[in-house]
Design a protein around this ligand. Structure first.
Ligand code: MD3
Ligand code: FE
Length: 214
């Protein structure tokens, strides 16, 4: 019998129902194939630390691709067709991104999902996302599809009220989560990213979220 550590072994794809309208597709995405596309997007629309309406600079760096991109500044949160940093449209959503988002959504029970926005988050150690709802999208009937790349993170998954105690879920490279139906408006966040060294992304975690923003 070969000795085998249970730590960090890649697991075969699996489907884990999380709640009403929410499913975790472990290992659904080919993270190594996606990373160069993330770098291409970032070459056209560089990662930046947005400022919240309250004046705090976010620890997570962000960029977007697709017809619309999520932005924040002192005036508020919104989706915009142009990158405010460059004045140009956001880079197009790579075909492989769209295909992945649509097939994951279909696997989660949303066969008609047609994302028009992809927010790309970049975490470095210490970066976190405090509990929030995503409600700036025009179509709250559409799900959000999230894809994790690189260092693992602890995802905080709360309820429909901010005060609901969140569950903790470790998201690893290649994991995809589909959040729709009654789970679409749950409060959620990401714990402070611990230090780490990932074979694909070294000291970073990336997360793609596909949305129907219009
Ligand atoms: C559940 N991103 O960008 S992805 C975000 O890992 C965001 O970067 C996190 O929350 C990240 O807004 C979490 C999982 C996720 C994304 C959106 C959701 C879960 C969600 C919207 C509604 C419910
Ligand atoms: Fe969110």
């Amino acid at each position: 019998m070969a000795a085998q550590s249970s730590l960090s072994l890649p697991s075969p794809p699996s489907r884990l129902p999380l709640g009403d309208g929410a499913v975790l597709l472990r290992g659904f995405a080919d993270a190594a194939a996606l990373l160069p596309l993330v770098q291409e997007v970032a070459a056209a629309a560089p990662f930046r630390h947005l400022v919240t309406p309250g004046g705090h600079t976010m620890s997570v760096a962000m960029t977007n691709c697709g017809q619309l991109g999520w932005v924040s500044d002192r005036r508020g949160y919104r989706y915009a067709p142009q990158d405010p940093e460059t004045g140009r449209p956001w880079p197009p959503m790579p075909a492989a991104f769209r295909a992945l988002a649509e097939s994951a959504a279909a696997a989660g029970g949303f066969p008609d999902f047609a994302p028009d926005a992809c927010l790309v988050n970049r975490y470095q150690p210490g970066a976190r996302l405090t509990l929030h709802q995503d409600r700036d999208e025009g179509d709250l009937g559409a799900p959000i599809v999230s894809v994790s790349i690189g260092l693992p993170a602890v995802f905080l998954w709360g309820g429909l009220r901010r005060a609901d105690r969140p569950r903790r879920l470790r998201l690893e490279s290649g994991d995809v989560v589909v959040w729709g139906g009654p789970s679409r408006l749950v409060f959620h966040g990401v714990d402070k990213l611990p230090d780490g060294d990932h074979p694909l992304t070294a000291g970073y975690r990336f997360n793609l979220t596909f949305r129907r923003a219009a």
